[in-house]
Design a protein around this ligand. Structure first.
Ligand code: NAP
Ligand code: ZN
Ligand code: ZN
Length: 347
């Protein structure tokens, strides 16, 4: 075991503060990683404040981790000391169920081990995430990251990247399709970049008129301010696919009505409270409402390789760990362009 410095939420209603705990030394199949950067996902905020009802405390958030391998266990074959690597939302799963065999470990029938606040198979406690100096992870859940990518800007690919990439690939978004991305935050800005890179016609929906120019710069062909009913009505019945990346309650029916016949709207945003769906929003036009959870390990590697090939990273504001509570407040106000990335040298 070794001592690891971190920041933790001591309870649902207290700010994050310095904390330290014991990490395990690598087992033969583990990789020990010195963390360089960790992205700040809105899920970290939902979890720190127990908005989904299953948080454990002290809670060390962080599942958009980039670091360098410090050492590897004797049976590790894929990594060596010095490699640039990533860790996302999962650090393990049962490895044998049909979901794990199919490469969708996020749907493991035994429950994946999440990077933080999941029962820890090794310590008997709960897992601690990436707002920390180091992490020890089974090599099967460690990703290779190209040296060509800026590590601070690549960190959020590990959650915001894969969470938008996976549904865009699953619903086969590509040329000839009209695709909507709702909400220009951490997830949404990657949704815009990926949908454009995959060749779709991309429309961004935002509540923030100040983000119109950025939306276009990031790859949207058109930006709609969703509070403007006329602008929304102009797109009625026209979308093949809509990806909803919004973190707070909003009217889903307004977007379902923009789908074509047989179109799909996929939720990745996970607000605290449920939202009503009118049957007629789906019945008229045989539309589908779906959801998607992060992505599997092989698909995450595919996304990282695509990013290296196409020079895609996240737009980040690098912050010191001491500023994390201010960053949470700014994220709540949709005031982040477009992801905070913590420089772990500041810890
Ligand atoms: P974020 O950076 O805070 O972005 C959320 C965006 O939603 C904001 O930038 C804003 O965009 C829009 N928004 C916020 N409040 C709104 C409101 N009241 N009405 C309408 N729009 C609003 O958050 P994120 O990190 O991208 O995460 C987004 C959501 O996805 C969170 O709920 C998070 O927990 C969830 N998530 C899910 C998965 C998954 O696997 N399914 C993975 C990661 C995260 P505009 O300013 O453009 O309107
Ligand atoms: Zn996340
Ligand atoms: Zn499994």
């Amino acid at each position: 075991m070794f001592r690891c410095e971190a920041y933790a939420a001591p309870s649902a209603d207290a700010p994050l503060a310095p904390f330290s705990f014991e990490r395990r030394d690598p087992t033969p199949e583990d990789v020990q990683i010195d963390i360089l950067y960790c992205g700040v996902c809105h899920s970290d905020l939902h979890m720190a404040r127990n908005e989904w009802g299953f948080s454990t405390y002290p809670l060390v958030p962080g599942h958009e981790i980039i670091g360098r391998v410090a050492k590897v266990g004797s049976a590790v074959t894929k990594f060596k000391a010095g490699d640039l690597v990533g860790v996302g939302c999962m650090v393990d799963s049962c490895r044998v169920c049909s979901a794990c065999r199919d490469g969708v470990e996020q749907f493991c029938e035994q429950g994946m081990t999440q990077t933080y606040a999941s029962p820890d198979k090794h310590t008997g406690g709960f897992t601690y995430g990436g707002y920390s100096k180091a992490i020890t992870v089974y090599e099967g859940f460690v990703l290779k990251v190209s040296e060509a990518l800026d590590p601070a800007a690549a960190a959020p690919l590990l959650c915001a990247g894969i969470t938008t990439w996976s549904p865009l690939r699953h619903w086969k978004v590509g040329p000839g399709q009209k695709v909507g991305i709702v909400g220009l935050g951490g997830l949404g800005h990657m949704g815009v970049k990926f949908a454009a890179a995959l060749g779709a016609q991309v429309v961004l929906f935002t509540t923030s008129p100040s983000k119109i120019e950025d939306g276009k710069r990031l790859g949207a062909h058109e930006v709609v301010v969703s509070k403007n009913a006329d602008e929304m009505a102009a797109h009625a019945g026209s979308f093949d696919f809509i990806l909803d990346c919004v973190s707070a309650e909003h009217d889903l029916n307004a977007y379902l009505n923009l789908l074509k016949r047989d179109g799909t709207m996929c939720l990745v945003g996970a607000p605290e409270n449920p939202t009503p769906v009118a049957s007629f929003s789906l019945i008229l036009g045989r539309r589908s409402l779906a959801g998607s959870l992060i992505g599997g390990i092989a698909e995450t590697q595919e996304m990282l390789d695509f990013c290296a090939e196409h020079n895609i990273t996240c737009d980040v504001e690098v912050i010191d760990i001491k500023d994390i509570n201010t960053a949470f407040e700014r994220m709540l106000k949709s005031d982040v362009k477009y992801r905070f990335s913590i420089d772990m040298a500041s810890l």
